[in-house]
Design a protein around this ligand. Structure first.
Ligand code: SPV
Ligand code: MN
Length: 631
């Protein structure tokens, strides 16, 4: 027996010890022993992939009060996070950077020694009197070139339960892997809990990423975006790994879109948080593979992608039976679901924008809630948090794609980049080339801060490829990696830019309904197969009116007036020039290693805009643009 097993044995049952010993991997044993020594749990539970262990985690989440079984629908539970723990915490999420190494200054960082000392002191004895749950998971399908193994030590049964819904089990993968050190490690403690079983010391919340040791530390938080280490935290480590190994780890949805004759084309889509990613992935009649994180590899010169996860931690605000029929059905029927930060009244969960009146009182993330209740600053507390969420396994959805667990992934026909851009980009356009798409749509992605992160909402910002919050390599290197990845492919996915948030000049009204994205997706599918033409504008290829009119009818049963098309697809020269200025400035000021190509491609786009302006003025109706040859 190795010395680590020896120290661990007294903390666990004979059965758990047997499960741990079955892993022929002293590196795993050492990690658990080290973290146990630091956090001092009373007991350790080793969670294998067995149905029995998984049921036990679920049972404990309820028994300890982190989840409450107060919802009447079978399988539904509710979890609350603290008032100051309702989103990802950018301020307190930092990279540990060793002396002598630098990261782009746009990234939040702390000296590694200092950060380690701080977070480890916060973790010291954090699990006293509690059980440390050890979970093994597989990021990506199992037994695949995409597989990355992950090991988490946490004292939160809610976190362990969430992981069960969100990831593929990995215990047997660890058994198979033998003494391998190449796995991601996460240590999490919810810290001291108050009577409501909520992290009681939000001011001591820290989320630190140590890429030197492939380890993530998270303490004094329960919000899944901060505590489920395999989500956005492991993603940061994966981005580094991908960068050094020549593949891509992306904040992207994956979906199948049906074309004529039942053809299915797979798309990946990058959108910043709360910009329509999940609702795109769940379009009715299409298939869903994933809504958050994808790994993309070049396999035999073809871009193939997998969903890193196997479940959804989705925003519940605005989910209603009319706009989101599929997920509505899942959320209102029996099955395993964790609701978080919703309002509960008489055994029923309620959320903002659900299409019905909400009760005037109930239980929410602030405890007993009543209409007019105010927070410490005197602001009225909403019935449910805007960032209230549901956690569910993808297999609960009737349109889950059959290739979800294919170890080879799916072949990508297209990639979309979608921001929150009120002023400049048209609702959908296709890039002139891989490089143009990566730079003008991906690297130029702009959004506004939303409720998915703690802090002020509505602040405009660049969100490169929607991974600005998660990037862990120099920003310029990421642009370079993306350019390079496509260049090596024989068959490059077609790149599209989408924008669901364009507003009318003058009155500021949104120009599109949330349903319109279905039409854009169908248009993209046809473009991938070269089955519809397009108009050439300075910023990309845009749809022709006739094609959209036909698709609006076909997909949504709606008439699509020409005036709408013209408003939506008018090229706004001043706004587009201003966008190019902002993007160029961002890279000039923040990124020392920007590939020169970025400035070149933006320069050409500026020239095209200026030439068009010369001919047609500031606001150019799509009717002025020429058809692509052959269209
Ligand atoms: C996001 O905010 O992008 C999410 C949820 O997908 S979180 O887990 O908080 O990252
Ligand atoms: Mn996300």
């Amino acid at each position: 027996m190795n010395p680590y097993l020896e120290v661990l044995q007294p903390k666990m049952s004979a059965v758990d010890f047997q499960k741990l010993s079955r892993l022929d991997n002293p590196i795993v044993h050492e990690f658990i022993a080290k973290e146990s020594d630091l956090c001092h749990p009373e007991k350790i539970f080793i969670c294998s992939d067995s149905a029995e262990d998984i049921a036990y985690v679920r049972k404990q989440a309820i028994a300890t009060g982190e989840e409450q079984a107060i919802l009447t629908t079978k399988g539904h539970t509710v979890h609350f996070d603290g008032e100051h723990d309702q989103g990802r915490d950018r301020q307190q999420t930092k990279y540990l950077v060793p002396k002598g190494l630098t990261l782009s200054k746009a990234l939040n960082q702390i000296d590694r020694q200092e950060g380690l000392a701080e977070v480890r002191s916060l973790l010291r004895d954090s699990m006293a009197g509690k059980t440390m749950i050890v979970r093994f998971i597989s990021l990506g399908p199992t037994d695949s070139i995409f597989t990355i193994l992950g090991l988490q030590c946490t004292d939160s049964w809610y976190v362990a339960h969430s992981e069960d819904l969100l990831y593929r089990p990995g215990y047997e993968q660890f058994v198979k892997a033998g003494p391998k050190s190449d796995f991601l490690r996460v240590v999490h403690s919810a810290g001291k809990l108050n009577d409501d079983k909520v992290s009681a010391e939000p001011d001591k919340k820290r989320i630190y990423i140590d890429h030197m040791d492939s380890t993530i530390y998270s303490v004094n938080t329960q919000y899944a975006g901060n505590s489920v280490g395999f989500k956005k935290l492991a993603f940061r480590l994966a981005i580094r790994k991908a960068s050094s190994e020549g593949w891509l780890a992306e904040h992207m949805l994956l979906m199948g879109v049906f074309g004529p004759g039942g053809r299915k084309t797979y798309f990946a889509g990058a959108f910043p948080s709360a910009c329509g990613k999940t609702s795109t992935a769940m379009l009715p009649g299409e298939t869903i593979l994933g809504d958050d994180i994808a790994y993309i590899r070049d396999i035999d010169s073809v871009a193939r992608a997998v969903n890193v996860e196997s479940g959804i931690f989705g925003i519940i605000q605005d989910v209603n039976p009319r706009d989101d029929a599929l997920i509505w059905k899942v959320l209102t029927n029996p099955g395993e679901i964790i609701f978080s930060n919703v309002l509960v009244k008489d055994g029923k969960p309620y959320w903002l924008g659900m299409g019905q009146e909400l009760p005037k009182d109930g239980l929410n993330y602030t405890g007993a809630w009543y209409e007019g209740k105010k927070d410490e600053e005197g602001n009225e507390i909403p019935p449910a948090n805007k960032n209230a969420r549901y956690t569910v396994a993808l297999k609960a959805l009737e349109n889950v794609d059959p290739e979800l667990d294919n170890p080879m992934g799916v072949e990508l026909g297209g990639i979309m980049y979608g921001g929150r851009d009120a002023k400049a980009y048209v609702p959908v356009q296709q890039s002139f080339s891989w490089e143009h798409g990566i730079i003008a749509y991906g690297a130029s992605l702009e959004t506004e801060t939303t409720f998915a992160t703690i802090g002020k909402e509505g602040v405009p910002e660049i969100n490169m490829m929607s991974i600005q919050d998660f990037i862990s390599i120099p920003l310029g290197k990421n642009v370079h990696n993306n350019l390079d990845f496509g260049r090596k492919l024989k068959k490059r996915p077609i790149i599209f830019g989408v924008n669901y948030f364009l507003r009318e000049v003058g009155n500021g009204k949104y120009l599109n309904s949330p349903h319109d994205k279905h039409v854009w997706v169908k248009w993209m599918e046809l473009r991938v197969h070269d089955e519809v033409g397009a108009l050439i504008t300075p910023t990309g290829y845009i749809p022709k009116y006739e094609d959209l009119r036909r698709l609006f009818k076909q997909v949504l049963g709606k008439n699509y007036p020409k005036e709408d098309y013209i408003k939506q697809f008018t090229i706004r020269v001043p706004e587009n020039l201003a966008k190019i200025d902002r993007v160029s400035r961002f890279y000039q000021e923040n990124v020392t290693d920007t590939p020169l190509e970025l400035f070149g491609i933006l320069y050409l786009q500026r020239q095209r805009l200026l030439e068009a302006k010369e001919k047609y003025g500031d606001y150019i109706s799509p009717e002025n643009f020429e058809k692509e040859t052959g269209a």
